[in-house]
Design a protein around this ligand. Structure first.
Ligand SMILES: Nc1nc2c(c(=O)[nH]1)N[C@H]1C(S)=C(S)[C@@H](COP(=O)(O)O)O[C@H]1N2
Ligand SMILES: [Mo]
Length: 332
């Protein structure tokens, strides 16, 4: 998220460590639990490889086992995937600092096990879910989504997870439930950024129930065939590909079903700048900068050609009807 007005002032990330092999090995038990779907199986077999995280293999060059296996329309884009290094060293995760390189440097302190997610509010089956049970709830699949930040940059990332709708169906929302609120971890002991007043912690996001139920809305546990690195929102996060990146809350601890539109952290911080919907929309500018174009991370040079931003980040065919009849200038 951009606080300073210089939207296009791109700063190259400092080269910094990615999740180390030993940190990864200590989380092996989780990988085993993830080995439920085809993508999960691919993960387990990649586990022994030294260079597991350095290179993500494009679908066309994979073994049958590691084939992209998405059943959801629009879940695979044919664009060049962002390098693992860029995707794990250029992050927004303000709980670990506001600089793009901060999360990769600081997020090693995040304790992702044990972990649980509380389901509460207007549902028939509220309760606490252990991460292990969430991992087993549905087969995981790989989905290659564009992620477009409100700041004007984008990436293409192969996520691993399943549609959030699988979980929502299981907990049975009441007829009165209209919205879903997502609360993320705010632990001052492990998250140095929670001391700062840049946001009101915890970081909260929200979706309308039909948006949360849309098959493209992903509950992600991994990326690049691996468990999520801490800086990308371990052990589980949301990925809502047709909305600006900040709608995709990281390190979720609570999912609450409500009848009122949730007040989200960014909405609370600057309501004129960050609306509830925050659908990617090249025709509605942020009050301080244009949203018509974007810079793809990895293609950057100081004078890099900009890409045109697509309506709903390119997912209009899949999600456009969710907003039929709405004034997207008012409901931004
Ligand atoms: N808890 C939490 N979730 C968050 C954020 C954050 O600061 N805290 N930043 C958001 C923003 S602005 C973006 S663009 C994406 C970035 O995800 P990535 O670092 O995996 O690319 O995470 C989103 N989720
Ligand atoms: Mo963002």
């Amino acid at each position: 998220m951009l606080i300073k007005p210089n939207a296009n002032g791109f700063v190259h990330p400092v080269a910094s460590e990615i999740t180390t092999l030993s940190a990864y090995q200590s989380r092996r038990d989780l990988i085993r639990l993830m080995a439920t779907g085809a993508a999960g199986a691919a993960m387990a077999s990649w586990a022994g490889r030294e260079a597991w995280a350095q290179n993500w293999t494009p679908p066309g060059q994979r073994t049958a086992l590691a084939r992209v296996n998405s059943t959801v329309a629009g879940a695979v884009t044919m664009e060049k995937v962002t390098t693992y290094k860029d995707a794990t060293t250029y992050n927004n995760f303000y709980e670990f600092g506001t600089d793009k390189a901060d999360p990769a440097h600081n997020a090693h302190t995040l304790k992702t096990s044990p972990w649980s997610v509380e389901i509460e509010g207007l549902v028939k089956k509220p309760g606490r879910w252990a991460l292990e049970d969430l991992l087993k709830l549905s087969a995981q699949e790989e989905r290659i989504y564009r992620l477009r930040c409100v700041e004007g940059w984008s990436m293409v990332i192969p996520w691993v997870g399943y549609s959030l709708s699988q979980l929502i169906k299981r907990v049975e929302p009441l007829g009165s439930a209209k919205y879903v609120e997502f609360v993320t971890l705010a632990d001052p002991k492990t998250m140095p950024g929670v001391d700062s007043r840049v946001l009101n912690w915890p970081y909260v996001e929200g979706l309308r129930l039909d948006e949360a139920m849309h098959p493209l809305t992903l509950l992600a546990f991994g990326m690049y065939g691996e468990i999520l690195p801490n800086q990308n929102g371990a052990p589980l996060r949301l990925v809502v590909p047709w909305k600006y990146g900040f709608k995709s809350g990281k390190s979720l601890v609570k999912i609450r079903f409500t009848d009122k539109q949730p007040v989200t952290a960014w909405n609370r911080a600057a309501a004129e700048e960050y609306g509830f919907y925050s659908n990617v929309n090249p025709t509605v500018d942020h009050p301080r900068w244009s949203q018509a174009t974007e810079r793809r991370i990895g293609e950057d040079g100081l004078f890099a050609r900009k890409r045109k931003t697509l309506m709903f980040n390119g997912y209009e065919a899949q999600v456009g009807q969710l907003y039929a009849g709405m004034d997207l200038r008012m409901s931004f």
